[in-house]
Design a protein around this ligand. Sequence first.
Ligand SMILES: *[C@@H]1O[C@H](CO)[C@@H](O)[C@H](O)[C@H]1NC(C)=O
Length: 195
Amino acid sequence: MKPSLKPETFLLAITLLCTLLGLGYPLSCEVCVGDGPNCRGKLQTCAPDEDSCIVVVTETNRMTSYKGCSKSSNCESGLFGFTVNHENYMGSKRRCCQKDGCNQDPLPAFVRNHTENGLRCPSCITAFTETCTATAEALCVGEETHCVAMSGLMRPAGDKFAVQGCGTKTACHSKPGTLVPSGARLFTIKKTSCL
Ligand SMILES: *[C@@H]1O[C@H](CO)[C@@H](O)[C@H](O)[C@H]1NC(C)=O
């Protein structure tokens, strides 16, 4: 017996159904992480709750780029800047888009502003704990006009981390789940507070 629905017809029906229900067809995005301002990787299908493709570039003492699938709640553009001290700082920018493979282009280059702006914040940095006690003062630079405390998880190992220092408005208000790639690590922000 012949199947009553051809595969193409079936696919079309599913697409139509998803569109009608407002679910959207699964998005596919370029996925990669690497040194430098633009990594290259393969297109991969996103999870159903990931409605955006993301590109993130982070400047620490080196450049890291990250591309993948994301929830739109993690798409806050604007500079994510954070300073603990001269060795531990980062500036990060991101862009999201909502079409298949739309994150293949690199982000426009940016340079972190290293000029001190006069603000000083209590600072500390620890691994393996959810809080740290400030023992030093951070000298804020550029757009870092807030004193911020952040904690979360560091991949690949999944260890906890906690930091206090200077942050931009975006760092101060970043939503739980925000990813910040840095070197070989990927930080997931779980909690932020503006002091
Ligand atoms: C860098 O930051 C300083 C201090 O906030 C500011 O005065 C200066 O205008 C900034 N420079 C640029 C190029 O944004």
